[in-house]
Design a binder for this molecule. Structure first.
Ligand code: MSP
Length: 511
């Protein structure tokens, strides 16, 4: 059976992990976990993009070897994955032999078949951006600040015949409407392809850049950044071995909107086509985390270190926030205030209080275990009706990458449970000696626990640790598959109620 194969972009080794990197990993992880819960065999790849001028320069400045810098970065980024509870099956580094081998084999094959040729190249070069520029990149007659120093150079380089595939690519995009999610991005790609594209310069002379994979047919050159980086998606799953078919074609490459055009929407499909390899089934393109209207990144100095938020509030709270706030495909504003407001209202109040109520009142009024439910009147029926609708819609929303809405509906349901608790007010009825009142107390506490059990099942792709903890606090042990676990049941009857804990403590600091 073919696996569901999903990848993130591989991050530049030259930077430190920031919110953008963390978000992309969480988003991909949510998809991967959802698919696993549905019973699919999932392969989830992330990794590090280690070659290039910037790594070479930074290493030189620090007086260390480039590989030492990459080792440090790999540790940081792998550490980030761990702290975020990312369930990746593999972490590829482009300096690994398994990767370099595939890059060189592809280059040789393309060269042998005349898809790569050598030519003189004359142009403006920005060493900061590591790219050649054109007159049209000037703003008001000058090179924008982001390019740093720009010099005019002539050199001989190798080119990949990109342009001859342009019409084919346009057809492919038109015939495969689901290739890019969200769809409006495919329109941008088609718009881009209305202009003729140039062949792609895929090399850098060694005297200018040493830290790269040497071209197999001319060792005086190394590969240009994209021809190296994109290949990670196939080198990591054994391209050239029988294993490859188990994973390829990839189901989704998850990427930010800045690397859709041209790398993932133009270079990559054409590289694959030219190599006779099947195309990805889809690209899942997310927007940017912004702050004060600007893309968050290291270079703008507006880095929110995700590790800091996780130290204080835990990985699940962080994962919840980014998944709840971002409508995949759009940009989203980040602020500490927004984070705190979601944390306090959704997690500490709605979810945390519900658990607290169950864990406090059940032992007080019913004993050590959850009692059977004996009453089914309008309030119970209403809550069950809300659940039936919620479950169905949320699973569909997960399928459609509408994670923010999936969480919104799930937390609406959690609020419905709290409203049900208010309606039944077991804390008031507990004082009554009436037999029916006693039954309502037992039923309402048991139903609150049962509804909570289902709700935390629904958030498992996003908050896996919370699901586990709440299950354990409710004394719920199960081997049932996910969809079974989401079903209404009396699984908790007789289960031992756990010790009272505060799942999402109110923060020390008040914002
Ligand atoms: N190394 C290349 C990708 C090669 S993939 C074959 C690269 N690296 S990156 O470190 O700059 O970015 C990695 C991913 O993080 C990209 O998908 C990028 O869009 C994403 N993000 C970086 N900053 C971001 C935000 N502020 N918001 C959301 N994601 C953004 O590009």
């Amino acid at each position: 059976m073919k696996s569901f194969y999903i990848t993130t972009a591989i991050d530049y080794a030259n930077g430190s992990p920031h919110l953008g990197h963390a978000y992309e990993k969480v988003l991909t992880d949510v998809v991967a976990r959802f698919r696993r819960l549905k019973g699919e065999d999932v392969r989830f790849l992330t990794g590090l993009d280690e070659h290039g001028q910037k790594v070479q320069q930074s290493a030189r400045q620090r007086g260390i070897e480039p590989i030492e810098l990459c080792d440090e970065a790999a540790e940081k980024f792998q550490g980030l994955c761990k702290r975020l509870e990312i369930s990746n099956d593999d972490f590829i580094r482009t300096t690994e032999e398994r990767h370099k081998k595939v890059v060189r084999a592809l280059l040789q094959d393309l060269y042998d078949r005349g898809e790569i040729y050598q030519a003189e190249y004359k142009g403006y070069y920005s060493s900061r951006a590591e790219q050649f520029l054109q007159e049209k990149d000037k703003v008001d007659g000058a090179w924008p600040e982001i390019y740093g120093e720009v010099t005019e150079i002539t050199e001989s380089n190798y080119f990949f015949k990109l342009s001859k595939y342009q019409d084919w690519l346009v057809d492919h995009l038109k015939n495969n409407e689901d290739f890019i999610f969200p769809r409006f991005r495919a329109k941008q790609v088609l718009e881009f392809l209305k202009e003729p594209i140039n062949d792609l310069c895929i090399s850098r002379p060694k005297e200018r850049l040493e830290w790269g994979i040497p071209l197999p047919f001319d060792e005086q050159y190394v590969t240009y950044v994209w021809f190296d980086a994109l290949v990670n998606y196939i080198s990591a799953v054994g391209y050239g071995t029988p294993d490859f078919e188990k994973y390829w074609p990839v189901d989704y490459h998850v990427i930010g909107k800045d690397i859709l055009l041209p790398p993932h929407a133009v270079y990559w499909p054409i590289m694959l086509k030219a190599c006779g390899i099947e195309l990805p089934k889809g690209l899942l393109v997310h927007g940017w985390w912004m702050t004060g209207g600007q893309k968050m990144s290291k270079s703008t100095g507006k880095v929110i270190n995700p590790l800091d938020l996780m130290d204080e509030f835990g990985a699940d709270a962080f994962r919840y926030f980014v998944t709840r706030e971002m409508n995949v495909g759009q940009d989203s504003e980040f602020s500490d205030e927004l984070f705190m407001s979601r944390y306090n209202s959704d997690l500490a109040n709605d979810l945390g209080n519900l658990l607290n109520r169950v864990l406090t009142m059940t032992p007080r009024y019913c004993g050590e275990t959850f009692p059977a439910r004996t009453i089914e009147e309008a309030p119970e029926k209403e809550l069950e009706a809300v659940w039936a609708e919620t479950e169905e819609q949320v699973v569909t929303l997960y399928e459609e990458f509408q994670f923010h809405k999936a969480l919104e509906l799930t937390f609406n349901f959690i609020r419905s449970i709290n409203r049900y608790a208010e309606q039944r007010s077991p804390w008031k009825l507990a004082k009554s000696d009436d037999e029916k009142d006693k039954q309502i107390v037992a039923t309402s506490l048991s139903l609150m626990a049962e509804a909570l059990r289902r709700a935390v099942g629904l958030i498992e792709p996003v908050m896996p640790e919370t699901t586990k903890r709440v299950y354990s606090l409710l004394g719920y042990k199960t081997d049932a598959v996910w969809r079974e676990r989401l079903k209404a049941s009396d699984a908790l009857t007789g289960c031992k109620v756990g010790e009272r804990v505060i799942l999402f403590p109110k923060p020390q600091r008040e914002k």
